[in-house]
Ligand binder design. Structure first.
Ligand SMILES: C[S@@+](CC[C@H](N)C(=O)[O-])C[C@H]1O[C@@H](n2cnc3c(N)ncnc32)[C@H](O)[C@@H]1O
Length: 239
């Protein structure tokens, strides 16, 4: 418990210790959302504390081309790419209609024309011609059969030349898996997210499934200052 509390302290210190430029960017993005203080606070905190945005941005800078973000929520990754001055196109999809509408309105206020948000099911969203496909914290919403189907689609896209970045909480990661599960329950109880399963995958099975489909997978923890069991998988074609 004491070590968990220390991790939470680190989490808050981490937000205070970030470079001013990152703080300014996160603040500007948050200010483009007019829905209320709570949402702006959430956006600022998420952009500053979650390392996935900078890691994805680095890969997108290297690879160039269009980005597809499956289960994009408010489209925060798109904002993080655009505020960096990147010319790449960004297309996000999510089933949460209010998030898509808020994200669209904010993107319009920021003048980000090459950023589009779609209210759509990620299982059906077209992946053709994407240079980088991001799927962050969405896999556990899907039943096992759909997880398998999505993995095969992503593997196919990787074999056609896309870089796939998949980040998700995983099972069997000690207290982090417990905190991740509690947080997921909270999102359902609070109404932040409605519906979907809570079905965290096993890291080894995920890697094995992509490898079986002919992909090369690099996996590493990516929880940063958060208390979650998040791993990032970087998936490319083996050939
Ligand atoms: C934990 S949030 C992650 C949001 C975003 N990827 C991020 O990292 O900030 C998961 C999102 O997946 C969305 N989602 C779940 N199932 C989906 C589906 N079948 N199609 C599209 N979006 C889905 C939810 O609405 C929710 O916004």
């Amino acid at each position: 418990m004491a070590s968990q509390m220390r991790e939470m302290d680190d989490f808050h210190e981490g937000i205070d210790a970030v470079a001013p430029d990152r703080k300014t960017r996160a603040g500007k993005i948050a200010e483009a959302f007019y829905r209320g203080h709570w949402l702006r606070g959430y956006i600022r905190g998420k952009l500053l504390a979650d390392p996935v945005f900078d890691v994805a941005l680095e890969s997108i800078r290297e690879k160039g081309g269009g980005v597809i973000d499956l289960g994009c929520g408010l489209g925060l990754l798109g904002f993080w790419i655009k505020i960096d001055g990147s010319p790449v196109s960004y297309k996000g999809c999510d089933l949460g209609g209010w998030k898509i509408n808020e994200g669209r309105a904010a993107a319009q206020r920021m003048g980000y024309e090459s950023m589009t948000l779609h209210e759509a099911d990620l299982m059906e969203f077209p992946l053709e011609n994407a240079s980088v496909i991001c799927a962050f914290d969405i896999l556990h919403y899907l039943p096992e059969e759909q997880q398998g189907k999505l993995i095969r689609r992503l593997a196919q896209a990787a074999k056609e030349g896309s870089l796939v970045l998949l980040r998700n909480g995983v099972r069997e990661c000690g207290w982090r898996s417990v905190v991740t599960l509690l947080e997921e329950w909270w999102t359902r109880c609070s109404g932040w997210i409605s519906g979907g399963q809570i079905n965290f995958p096993r890291l080894e099975s995920l890697i094995a499934e992509f490898e079986k489909e002919g992909c090369l997978v690099e996996a590493r923890p990516l929880w940063g200052k958060t208390p979650f069991s998040s791993y990032l998988l970087r998936i490319v074609s083996r050939h």
